[in-house]
Design a protein around this ligand. Sequence first.
Ligand code: ADP
Ligand code: MG
Ligand code: MG
Length: 929
Amino acid sequence: MAKTPKYVYFFGKGKAEGTAEMKGLLGGKGANLAEMTNIGLPVPPGFTISTELCTYFYKHGKTYPKSLTKDVETALAKVEKAMGAKFGDAKNPLLVSVRSGARASMPGMMDTVLNLGLNNVTLEGLIKKTNNERFVYDSYRRFVQMYGDVVLGLKPVHKDDIDPFEAIIEQKKKEREVHFDTELTADDLKDLVVRFKHAVKEHTGSDFPEDPMDQLWGAIGAVFGSWMNDRAIAYRELYDIPASWGTAVNVQTMVFGNMGEDSGTGVGFTRDPATGENIFYGEYLMNAQGEDVVAGIRTPLPISRMAEQNARIYAHLEKIRKTLEQHYHEMMDIEFTIQQGTLYMLQCRVGKRTAFAEIKIAVDMAQDKLISDEEALLRIQPDQLNQLLRPIFDLKEKEAAVKSGRLLAKGLNAGPGAATGRVVFNAHDAEAWAKRGEHVILTRIETSPEDIRGMSAAEGILTARGGMTSHAALVARQMGKVCVAGCDALDIDYNSHTMRVSGKEIKEGDWISVDGSTGEVISGKVNTRPSEVLQVLVDKTLDPKDAPVYQEFEKIMKWADKYRRLKIRTNADQPDQAANAVAFGAQGIGLCRTEHMFFGEGKIGPMREMILADAVEERKAALARLLPLQRKDFEGIFEAMNGRPVTIRTIDPPLHEFLPHEEAAQRELAQQMGITYEKVKQRVDSLHEFNPMLGFRGCRLGVVYPEITEMQSRAIFEAAAEVKKRGIPVEPEVMIPLVGNVIELQNQEQIVRSVAEEVMKEQGVKFPYLVGTMIEIPRGAITADEIARVAEFFSFGTNDLTQTTLGVSRDDAGRFLIPYVEKDIYAKDPFEVIDRTGVGALMKIAVEKGRSVRPGLKLGICGEHGGDPSSIEFCHMIGLNYVSCSPFRVPIARLAAARAALTHDGAAGKRAGSKHAKRSSKKKTARKR
Ligand code: ADP
Ligand code: MG
Ligand code: MG
């Protein structure tokens, strides 16, 4: 017979059966309660029913295994023993909380029930024991309310509907003419309980359960049942959480923050979750229980106040903060409760934070040797670096706006960055407006999980209620959104789509600006300015010494460069772009698209003439006029790159892309060229292609019109010679696009090499150069061994390679791409993230075949994927030498490349990697033919 698995895990009195590693089994909350117990923190004893039981529950028609009753009773007895109290006891009753807890935190799940175990009997016992009638009735009314809401289903489905219990409380407060719950007396609360129970009876037709065991099983069942409720399912879908994970249930001894002014409850972070600063960050309320802190009923106090009001507890919290960080090596998010001067820990987990904070915390922790620099790199998601590059408000403009009275209010700085947009008051509008291309600020009294899509569509989020731990703040941090939360000066009216703030009325559609770094809300637009990193590196208007954010950035880049094996190049066709990329750390140009140059100053005219030429001689004449112009472009680029390799692709797009298609423009061109309009029109029409992507483009142009390749090669090499003569080293790499057949490449290569020889002779200088190809059609990849006999380098053109491998035109894929991703036919948009199994397999073949005939073959990627972290990881895995991406993604690529090396090369791999790097730099001139 199969042994029944262990379903129930005890924690308490310094020892737990679980550990932090057991999140899959115990859920996040249960695993960390166990861990905190084991490291000696004051955790009220309890037990966790594992997620395996949830799985069992749904596998067996929502029933429990027979053994569970006994296991729960045994665990409960252990808790009773630890506490010296008894569940349901008339004299010394034990009360517990029942808390859900999945592997990942899930707002869709059942809410916690506190004070469970209270009934008319235990109530009396507790009053006698504590001599505090008000506290006991406060606990009881909370229990009946929570149990009624979440277990008995009285909680309204729509969040805008009023909770029946809250309505009763409001009524009572009105009758008693008081403002706060805390002003209600024991008798008031007693009366509330009666009215609550009445509401329960009315709603469910049954009496509120009196037997503590019934209460307990009811709550346990509600937790497991909530795993499959609509909200939980919707949340799992949105965040890709598998239904098979299941939830755990935690049953834990109650500690009471509502026992008077020497009691309280709070939440905190071991560092500031918005800025990452190494300070204790939190909020608390005295004489309060559970979610009072985050519910916005009373405004919580900042934790710094506790240092003044209760130094002893504060010191204890500080000590725990250190212990937690030393133990977890992470910034933690904690819940605590103080019961009559004694501190208890109720939850800890790794804290959510902004990308700013993530980066600062990782860097600080690595510097303090709390973690290694490798670990720091692995913690920072490459895309998070975007946040350091994101715009901030122009300080002068903001100051001027504030001075002129446009500062509306100040809230909490919950999500740093600057956002300007038009006000909308619900998530639906935010989505709809953003779809139309509007920039919007989603403005809500508070947000809830239903608002997630709207939050994601907005530039910024602004809420009237809620603290740093409110839903809006948490989600904004996760999404990297600008957010100002808890701005209670806002008086929002959803019905009229307006809000009043500091005597002004703001209507839907009005512009406002929110500063998520300071909490300021300003009316009208405020222009933004480049980030510190850009000001230091690109604009060179800021001294690094005055730029703390830049300094962090610099450290990360230094560490990344230590570990990465991939080189990072950039896609750039202009000297200024190239210079920016170098400032960001680019080590070369991986793709210079010459066709972009043809649209520059004075070039499009001769270009068009060249295309429309009837005869070779005419074409050559036009090309001769293009030559000096193009040479000048290349000189600028070589100079900016100062000896770094520059890969220049010969002309690639179909020619009609350069021609005017409107009649007026065609007439103008005819006049310029001194030919008839009809002739121009007829020539343009004749260049029309049904499927230009698969048409007369790439090396096919150069094969049919060799004089184009000749001119372009000449421009490249004359520029190289000129720059070299000025004492600047050059390293041109001429790249032939769209090669599928080695003979095509040979044909072009001969032209390139003979021009190179000629130019060197004419100019009397020598310079190194390479001739290579793009691998961007399947035949090129499959015959890579043949191609590598000619090509000195390959650069994967993964945009075209994806189109041709999948047989999908990127420009026409819009209609089905999203449904395909939704239906998991494509895991991700294959134009964003390399399709490893398909396109990636072709790349692997090309790498292996290419290196089999030319071991020193230089391999890179220049498709859009070169800036995507997952694709970069793949490029590392298949052994490319470099990736090339747009200038602004260079820092992201540096980090992604380091993470790939750290993830995939062990210590041995790292050594091999550096050897490999040496070899490839030595081989540069090897030209095996
Ligand atoms: P969530 O998953 O929504 O954070 P929790 O289970 O953490 O829900 O509980 C909600 C609130 O109740 C929190 O403020 C928590 O600290 C408090 N709480 C939970 N269990 C206890 C307990 N045993 N004693 C006192 N407060 C508790
Ligand atoms: Mg909690
Ligand atoms: Mg291409």
